[in-house]
Design a binder for this molecule. Sequence first.
Ligand code: FA5
Length: 344
Amino acid sequence: MLEQLKGLRAQALEELNKVGNPRELELWRVRYLGKKSNLTQILRSLAALPLEERREVGAQANEIKKALESSLEEKGRLLQESILTSPRESQRVDITLPGRALPTGRLHPTTQILKEICDIFKNMGFQVIEGPDVEWDYYNFEALNIPQHHPARDMFATFWIDTGMGEKARLLRTHSSPMQIRLMEKERPPIRAIVPGRVYRYEATDATHESMFYQVEGLAVDKGITLADLKGTLFDFCRCLFGEERRVRFRCDYFPFVEPGVEVAISCLACNGTGCRLCGHSGWIEILGAGMVHPDVLTRVDINPKLYSGFAFGMGVERIAMLRYGIDDIRLFYSNDLRFLRQF
Ligand code: FA5
């Protein structure tokens, strides 16, 4: 029996060496330490042995049992450690594989051109501020010399906001010019600021008209500001954005809140001024309206027009982006077509 015990120990330890996972370890435990294992059978049969043999075999069997139990415990600990530290085959990372390119986001063409426009004016000393999209009739029209029933209201087809009280007082701003009033109400000259933001018009869309688009308003008020300052500022701006080659047209226009009023157009990029669908066969694309701030507007915000004068302008941002990037339809900007957006 002593020989059998020796062999059993050697075999058990040899097999334990080959165990590679917790499942195999459990099978090993049942085989060598379980109720039906040879070792347990030997321990149970001790009572039937003569006293001398019982002592010797009993001591030996118990020693082997203890040794196998501690080997089992040690092996369990080692297996657990290796599971935690070495990833399974399926989880292993092949560091020799080339990396997968992640799709990167990019700025919308409107955002890109807005940033460029703001940078040009910041370099000229203009501060950048923002204002509300939902506006009062007073700021959008009244304070800009466009009272109720003034025909100029037809220039700005308006989205009115239903206040539930039946009156037309709140609206989605139709242009960025209301910010001229808000600015001059708060600040005293010298003022030099631009205001980028969304504006809304209730009108049919076509290649150069959207119902929601961006404008950048500009305002400069100080002593001695003249139309020459306005012209110089806008020509400089056009040169910075479009380069020396592009032709710039500066001619009279009418806006009730400026006197005199002007509009600036750029020679069409698609046809180079010969006339096409994009420019309505005129060869020019209008990018902004401007003028000298009307004395009545200055008076309304308590700025003395005898002492101060100023210029203002409002430019269409998408129209500028169209000229800059050669886009021939403004409706592409907000149709969320990734094939279009990925080009910028
Ligand atoms: C105005 O909105 C005036 N507030 C501009 C102004 C400001 C004049 C300060 C004098 C002093 P106008 O409606 O022309 O003007 O619009 C200005 C620019 O916005 C246009 O030159 C054009 O570039 C752009 N624009 C106008 N309507 C649309 C439209 N539906 N879709 C896209 N861009 C437009």
